[in-house]
Design a protein around this ligand. Structure first.
Ligand SMILES: *[C@@H]1O[C@H](CO)[C@@H](O)[C@H](O)[C@H]1NC(C)=O
Ligand SMILES: *[C@@H]1O[C@H](CO)[C@@H](O)[C@H](O)[C@H]1NC(C)=O
Ligand SMILES: *[C@@H]1O[C@H](CO)[C@@H](O)[C@H](O)[C@H]1NC(C)=O
Length: 239
């Protein structure tokens, strides 16, 4: 994404804000009932969805991975997703699914793999992993390496500070931004968020500073980590 106009950054922020109303402290950001401070927000309309879409919901997202073993290990060990299955589609192509056990998000919801698979098309937040096991995988570039149309993955945790302490103690978890650290306009987080240096070169230094300030405030209590391919995962506190 390139910032062709100053409004684009505002829209980006508004899009983030729309999903974050409760995550931001009222003194920093406005809520639906108080928009007297913070960046401008455009709220979506209350127009109901087409009734024909009743029952539609986001079920999974899909990532193309360089090393299926490493990716399955990471999402399982670091974020607690369960490996549901891997389909060996052909000699070189395999497709895996992972998901959280959603019988209960409070830890009481243990499910067997068969139960996870039975619930697959009723569950939200699954991850599909497509693995093409060929020698040269240089065509695969993560969004934190080169900005592309995939941005990042979002995970909610009950206690983000505890999650950060846990991730710091795990081997091979690369943290891109810690809780309380600013969201800089350069580096992997910026690239994954859609503004690599060549995009920022198209806006003023003043607007770049605004973006840093606004995103640093919005993302203050967020933690960013990289998966084995460099895909960014944004960890937000439940509150
Ligand atoms: C928030 O801003 C909108 C647009 O400027 C305005 O219509 C609305 O009355 C404001 N709400 C409050 C509570 O100030
Ligand atoms: C894939 O990842 C696994 C687990 O991290 C590692 O043991 C293996 O060497 C990796 N394979 C390649 C080809 O890099
Ligand atoms: C945990 O979740 C289960 C399933 O939704 C529910 O029955 C149970 O009451 C919850 N327990 C607590 C302590 O929240």
């Amino acid at each position: 994404m390139y910032f062709k106009s100053p409004f684009t950054a505002t829209l980006l922020v508004a899009a983030h804000m729309a999903s974050l109303t409760t995550a931001c402290s009222p003194s920093t950001f406005s809520t639906r009932n108080d928009n007297s401070s913070g960046p401008p927000i455009t709220w979506g309309p209350d127009t109901p969805s087409d009734p024909a879409t009743m029952g539609y919901f986001l079920n999974y997202f899909s990532i193309n991975v360089k090393n299926l073993t490493a990716t399955l290990d990471f999402y399982s060990r670091v974020f607690g997703l369960r490996h549901i299955f891997t389909v060996q589609a052909s000699e070189h192509l395999s497709i895996a699914y992972m998901g959280h056990s959603q019988g209960g998000r409070n830890g009481t919801g243990y499910q067997t793999t068969a139960e996870l698979n039975r619930d697959k098309n009723n569950a939200a937040g699954l991850v599909e992993m497509i693995y093409f096991d060929i020698p040269d995988k240089s065509h695969l570039q993560a969004s934190s390496v080169r900005t592309n149309t995939f941005g990042h993955i979002g995970v909610i945790v009950p206690d983000v500070e505890a999650a950060q302490a846990r991730l710091e103690a795990l081997p091979d978890v690369r943290i891109l931004k810690r809780v309380g650290a600013p969201t800089e306009s350069e580096g992997e987080v910026a690239i994954a968020n859609g503004f690599p240096p060549e995009a920022l070169a198209q806006i003023s230094a003043e607007e770049r500073a605004t973006i840093e300030a606004v995103l640093s405030a919005i993302n203050e209590r967020f933690l960013y980590v990289a998966d084995p391919d460099g895909n960014m995962i944004e960890v937000q506190p439940q509150d």
